[in-house]
Design a protein. Structure first.
Ligand code: PRP
Length: 178
């Protein structure tokens, strides 16, 4: 991808993200208080920062696993082909599973992943997304927990990239082309 010149405006500060994760972790702890077998599944690559901070706030016995998912848009049909580039290492049948996503945009990625994981018969399957852009939705999909609802802006940072850069920004910023 050719990068056009741009600047990044801070949208959600590192402090606001940390405070929200503390609240979310409390709710998740309540939901899974009765389990001794929670598997936290990060969707690569975008969720790697969020999952790292979230699991350290959880204070529950967790296993961490990852899937790498890639989606190819088809603008003509507003449909997406979602491909699993790397599957889970572990089995999830009978386990409690929390899927961790950085952002829900059209909803295709999370919709596909949740359907696939549900077919593997977990005991309980929930998902959390740090960011949600409801105005972009193409398939009905709502995470069980959402960090922040945001407008339809191009965001980067805290794991999210633009042309594979800016994933290491500690805050969420919006990209403004100059
Ligand atoms: C991004 C993001 C979500 C997905 C959301 O992943 O991390 O997984 O798109 O979009 P959707 O709701 O329209 O499906 P991307 O394919 O850019 O890969 P990455 O996580 O490796 O950056």
């Amino acid at each position: 991808m050719t990068e056009r010149p741009y600047v990044i405006d801070e949208m959600i500060s590192a402090k606001a993200i940390a405070a929200r994760i503390e609240q979310l972790a409390q709710e998740i702890r309540r939901e899974f208080a009765d389990t001794d077998k929670l598997v936290v599944v990060g969707l690569l690559r975008g969720s790697f920062v969020f999952i790292a901070d979230l699991v350290r706030e959880l204070d529950l016995p967790v296993e961490v696993d990852f899937m790498e998912v890639s989606s190819y848009g088809n603008a003509m049909e507003s449909s997406r082909e979602v491909r699993i580039m790397k599957d889970l290492r572990g089995e999830i049948a009978g386990r409690d599973v929390l899927v961790v996503e950085d952002i829900v945009d059209t909803g295709h990625t999370l919709h596909h992943v949740m359907g696939l994981l549900r077919s593997r018969d977990p005991a309980r399957l929930r998902c959390i997304a740090l960011l949600d852009k409801p105005s972009r939705r193409e398939v009905s999909m709502k995470a069980d927990w959402t960090g922040f609802e945001i407008p339809d802006e191009f965001v980067v940072g805290y794991g999210i990239d633009y042309a594979q850069r800016n994933r290491n920004l500690p805050f969420i910023g919006s990209v403004r082309f100059t």
